[in-house]
Design a protein around this ligand. Structure first.
Ligand SMILES: [Zn+2]
Length: 235
């Protein structure tokens, strides 16, 4: 099994700008490459996107919408659990013979790695536990995400804009980070030999390629082609 590297890329800092309501972080995995986490305000709630994650057994981005139905208390508790590396569960659905819950499992499956998952538990003779969605990230990245959930919660409230529809998320072609239109780092780079539209700012600036070279982690050939095209354009 591969391992997570400790290095962290630079990222935008919150201030008096729209980025105050968002945060993202990236971990470098020795065999799987880049693992992203994105936390942002979503109307009167919070959206946590893991890219890639395992969604119904397939690698995909997992946008997790968390509503705020209790003055931020539930979200604050989740943020505190992530920040402290404590197990946490939020019931999602209960039906005849089954339950689904959102769970944070610290130090699983490895020391240093935690799992956020939507788990379906069935009772009875066919009792089973199925991870419907799951994302594994280093504990330090969950901790930062949790701190940022707690930072964003006070911005929420009944006056926040409604967000019934999930905002469209594009994966940055350079690093597969989820990029929302509201992302402060969203950018567009024009045509070239490879179409590189919708790059995140870190890729457009060449930061991603530099980080990858320093971390010495594998990269998908398509991502590499995009990043090298951008690097050539930057010269
Ligand atoms: Zn990118």
């Amino acid at each position: 099994m591969g391992r997570h590297k400790q290095q962290k890329p630079r990222r935008p800092r919150g201030g008096n700008d729209p980025s105050a309501a968002e945060w993202f972080g990236t971990a470098f995995h020795s065999t799987e490459g880049m693992h992203h986490l994105d936390v942002r305000q979503w109307g009167n709630g919070i959206l946590i996107t893991s890219s890639p994650a395992e969604v119904d057994g397939v690698p995909a981005a997992w946008p997790l919408r968390l509503r705020n139905d209790d003055n931020g208390q539930g979200l604050d508790e989740l943020g505190a659990a992530l920040a402290a590396g404590r197990p946490h569960a939020i019931p999602v659905e209960k039906g005849p013979g089954f339950e689904t819950a959102l769970v944070f499992i610290p130090r699983y499956p490895d020391e240093g790695v935690g799992t956020l998952a939507r788990v379906r538990t069935t009772e009875g003779p066919d009792a089973d536990v199925v991870f419907e969605h799951r994302a594994e990230r280093p504990m330090h990245l969950w901790a930062e995400a949790g701190e940022n959930v707690r930072r964003i919660v006070p911005l929420l409230g009944p006056d926040a804009p409604p967000a019934d529809e999930l905002e469209d998320c594009q994966l940055c072609p350079g690093c597969y980070r989820p990029v929302y239109e509201s992302s402060a780092s969203h950018t567009l780079v024009g045509a070239g030999p490879v179409p590189v539209c919708g790059l995140c700012r870190l890729c457009a600036e060449g930061t991603t390629l530099r980080s990858l070279r320093q971390a010495d982690v594998p990269i998908d050939p398509q991502q590499r082609a995009v990043l090298e095209t951008v690097a050539a354009a930057l010269v």
